[in-house]
Design a protein around this ligand. Structure first.
Ligand SMILES: CC(C)=CCC/C(C)=C/CC/C(C)=C/COP(=O)(O)OP(=O)(O)O
Length: 254
């Protein structure tokens, strides 16, 4: 019975996506996954359970994005500032990421079933050897997939990304540095700039995420905590993007 209901819901979601697809579909959606700890606190759960629920929400969003025809998904999984959290929480997040990256390498994992390629952005040298190895293994295990490109920002901040790109430009001998010199040395060179940036938990800040790349992005803030995000929020964000696109078109005609 549950399986049947699940299939009906998935069918209805796909029908909704078909309706939304009458308008332009964003090529790249970026997520700031905020509110895992508050989600856990509201339910008297451990912080780790909140992050685990956050991971499940990310996987659901990935499937929805893939079915909607989005080509690039980027998620802020761990910022450089997150190293300042309590050591127990940092350890819990590092262990969760290591375990999930390893399990995603399996042939029957969500990323392999949906043909998702995984890429990492950030100063990975700041990570422990085992997490770095798991990230490398996952990149290698999905390199042949041709569906959505999922970029996981780990040990990432935007200002760090910009400083490193400028440093590299100088080291590589550019005396006058142009925009393209910097852009081609950014971690995010792998994807076009995001069309939509979604942040959960009602916050409107960018928190040092894709500052360079989000100059023209449509910003969408949802009030739910990240683990509660659903396809409705995705549809709402895409409708906002479509309205923004049609306003841009009208402006160009004036
Ligand atoms: C394998 C993989 C990609 C795992 C990802 C797990 C995940 C969703 C990580 C996000 C971690 C994080 C710092 C969330 C922000 O919410 P918060 O902790 O700041 O919560 P708060 O805003 O309620 O304090």
């Amino acid at each position: 019975m549950m399986k049947f209901l699940y299939k009906v819901v998935r069918f209805l979601i796909k029908c909704l996506f078909c309706v939304v697809s009458v308008g332009p579909i964003p090529s790249h959606i970026a997520f700031v996954m905020d509110g895992n700890r508050r989600f856990a606190k509201q339910r008297n759960m451990k912080v780790g359970a909140g992050h685990e629920a956050g991971y499940s929400a990310l996987m659901s969003m990935l499937i929805h994005c893939s079915e909607l025809g989005v080509k690039y998904v980027t998620a802020y999984a761990f910022s450089i500032d997150n190293f300042k959290r309590r050591p127990e929480e940092v350890e819990c997040l590092v262990d969760l990421m290591t375990e999930k990256f390893e399990s995603l390498c399996r042939e029957d994992s969500i990323v392999n079933r949906f043909g998702i390629r995984v890429h990492f952005s950030g100063s990975l040298q700041l990570l422990s050897g085992s997490l770095r190895d798991a990230a490398k293994k996952l990149t290698a295990a999905t390199v042949g997939n041709s569906g959505v490109l999922l970029t996981l920002c780990v040990a990432y901040t935007s200002t760090d990304e910009i400083v490193r790109a400028v440093e590299k430009s100088c080291e590589e001998g550019s005396s006058v540095i142009s925009l393209s010199d910097i852009e081609k040395r950014m971690y995010m060179v792998i994807a076009p700039d995001p069309d939509i940036l979604i942040r959960s938990s009602g916050e409107n800040r960018l928190s040092n995420f894709l500052l360079w790349q989000s100059a023209g992005s449509c910003l969408v803030s949802t009030s739910v905590m990240w683990p509660e995000i659903s396809f409705w929020h995705l549809i709402w964000a895409v409708l906002n993007f479509q309205r923004y696109q049609s306003l841009l078109k009208k402006k160009k005609k004036l």
